[in-house]
Write a protein that binds this ligand. Structure first.
Ligand SMILES: Nc1ncnc2c1ncn2[C@@H]1O[C@H](COP(=O)(O)OP(=O)(O)O)[C@@H](O)[C@H]1O
Ligand SMILES: [Mg+2]
Length: 285
């Protein structure tokens, strides 16, 4: 069934200096799914993202949101941006108000919502990212991870249908990454479609349902994460290895230690399989 929320069809974009940002790039993001865009630096991930909410306009090709070609009029872009929330890679490019509260209020105020609704949305968004107690703080006094959370709150306050995050894990420590993933789990459970750029194939395999490979301005393949093990060649073509957990699992299957199915998606599942295999061996001795 085609239930694409976002579609980019044959998009090409060259920057004014002649650099190719996208080259006949096509991708479809299904409603309610968790997606990763993975590719080397310069492969076009950020350029693609900037086409999803009309920050860039394709020179050829068409962007469709909810089945409709994007309308680049002021009103059309306003409507699109209230649906497609974007968290930039660098929070300093996104935050511009003096205080946390002001920054998170900016989007909902711009939507023309009444003050009571704005306050309620801002409070809910700050709570979702664990920043309630920092509401009155000056943005420039926050840590990098806190700034990132304020960016996410600002986007959440718009109540987007699609949330796009450009390399959100970069620069966050392990604990902050786990917190961010918990927030994303909640959003996904609430029905928000997620699209994230990353370099990390192990993370992509663990987290995503669909993995879109990018190279030289093109999406070279869109794969179900569960089938990733069958696509070593497509990964190698964009300079990526198989996820480590697949390689390890295969070695253990070859040695007759673990069953081939179901393949684990993360180290924790692999360890659980190993623990269960050990129990079976012990009980059969
Ligand atoms: N503002 C810009 N001006 C000129 N070239 C750019 C600009 N932004 C990106 N590019 C070029 O476009 C290509 C894709 O870049 P980008 O979308 O930033 O890739 P990624 O996000 O995957 O690292 C690269 O060759 C990059 O150098
Ligand atoms: Mg980028």
């Amino acid at each position: 069934m085609n239930d694409a929320l976002l579609e980019l069809c044959q998009i090409s974009y060259r920057y004014p200096d002649g650099s190719v940002g996208l080259d006949a790039c096509s991708i479809a993001i299904q409603r309610g799914s968790r997606n990763v865009l993975i590719g080397a630096n310069g492969s076009g991930k950020t350029t693609l993202f900037q086409h999803t909410n009309g920050l860039l306009r394709p020179q050829t090709g068409v962007v469709r949101y909810a089945g409709m070609a994007v309308d680049y009029s002021r009103a059309g872009l306003r409507a699109l941006r209230s649906q497609v929330g974007m968290v930039f890679q660098n929070p300093d490019h996104q935050l511009f108000s003096a205080s946390v509260q002001e920054d998170v209020s900016f989007g909902p105020l711009n939507l023309g919502l009444d003050m009571a609704t704005v306050r309620q949305r801002v409070a809910a968004a700050l709570q979702a990212v664990g920043m309630t107690e920092h509401a009155d703080k000056a943005v420039h006094n926050l840590s990098f991870g806190q700034k990132k959370r304020v960016c996410i709150a600002g986007v959440l306050a718009m109540q987007p249908t699609l949330l796009i995050l450009d390399e959100p894990m970069a620069g966050l420590d392990h604990a902050m990454q786990q917190e961010l993933l918990a927030v994303l789990d909640q959003l996904h459970a609430a029905g928000i479609t997620l699209l994230m750029a990353t370099h990390d194939i192990d993370f992509a395999y663990r987290w995503a349902e669909r993995i879109h490979l990018m190279a030289a301005g093109r999406c070279t393949a869109s794969l179900n994460a569960t089938d990733l093990g069958e696509h070593a060649e497509a990964l190698a073509a964009v300079g990526l290895p198989l996820p480590q957990v697949i390689t390890l699992h295969r070695a253990l299957v070859e040695r007759g230690i673990l069953p081939a199915n179901p393949p684990p998606r993360c180290t924790a599942s692999l360890l659980t399989m190993l623990a269960e295999a050990k129990i079976t061996q012990e009980t059969t001795c």
